[in-house]
Write a protein that binds this ligand. Sequence first.
Ligand SMILES: [Zn+2]
Length: 75
Amino acid sequence: MVVAQGRGDRSPTGEAMFPVRCFTCGKVIGQYWEEYQQRIREEPPGKVLDDLEIERYCCRRMFLTHKEVFGELVD
Ligand SMILES: [Zn+2]
C-alpha cells in the first residue's frame, strides 16, 4: 500500500519529490535540492552541503540518501 504520510511530498507528475523538511529536525531543506543536484555533478556532495549550510547530519543524510534512491545508474 502506497500512502503519502500527509506531507505532500509528491509532485503533480507523481514522481517522488525531495522532502520539503528534514524528517528528523524539521529544517526546511526542499529549496536546496535543485541546486544540490546540479552542483554535485562537479563538486563533492559534502562540500555542496557545507556551502548550502546543511550542517546537521540528519539533514545531510536526506540529500545523500535521496541521491541513492534516484540511483545514478552506471552503464
Ligand atoms: Zn535535520
